[in-house]
Write a protein that binds this ligand. Structure first.
Ligand SMILES: [Cu+2]
Length: 167
């Protein structure tokens, strides 16, 4: 009995609280001005991506703030060697053609599968690693927008890609 009363009482309180806030929210919320954050004061974003022997990233969406320092740590949690199952993380500029990048990358084995002709379309990338290895890269989140990342090892980008959102 006591419990029922408590639940009723707290939902009544909630109702009152909601009601109040909707009545008083005609003035702009003070948080709006706090939106302008100096990127330098943002805590760095650290993202760990695990990649396995089945050509998969366990993270396919990353969200950062414009100007935020970002560190991507790529773990190859598989066992296969770099020659047959190499993985990297390559973040492309907005509007870069991911499929085209992957095609050009096939012939860029000696450059971590970063094609020299498209180096301008790379915001950041790790080196290419094999099973059991780790690589990381640090960069500053670019302007607000939606970007794509991929593993540029031949044949991997169809499965190994993701979205990098900057807010
Ligand atoms: Cu890969």
């Amino acid at each position: 009995m006591k419990k029922v009363f408590l639940v009723l009482a707290s939902s009544a309180l909630l109702f009152v609280a909601c009601n109040n806030s909707s009545e008083t929210s005609t003035a702009p919320a003070p948080e709006e001005t706090a939106e302008v954050v100096d990127p330098a004061t943002l805590a760095p974003l650290e993202v760990t991506i695990n990649a396995d022997d089945n050509m998969k990233y366990d993270v396919t969406e990353i969200t950062a703030k414009e100007g935020q320092k970002v560190k991507v740590i790529l773990h190859h949690v598989g066992k296969l060697p770099i020659a047959s199952m190499g993985h990297n993380f390559v973040l492309l500029t907005e509007g870069s053609d991911l499929a085209q990048f992957a095609i050009e990358a096939i012939n860029a084995k000696d450059n971590d599968y970063i094609p020299a002709s498209l180096v301008d379309e790379v915001i950041a990338h790790t080196k290419t690693i094999g099973g059991g290895e780790t690589a990381e890269v640090e960069f500053t989140a670019p302007a607000k927008g939606t970007y794509e990342f991929l593993c540029s090892f031949p044949g991997h980008s169809a499965m190994m890609k993701g979205t990098f959102i900057v807010e």
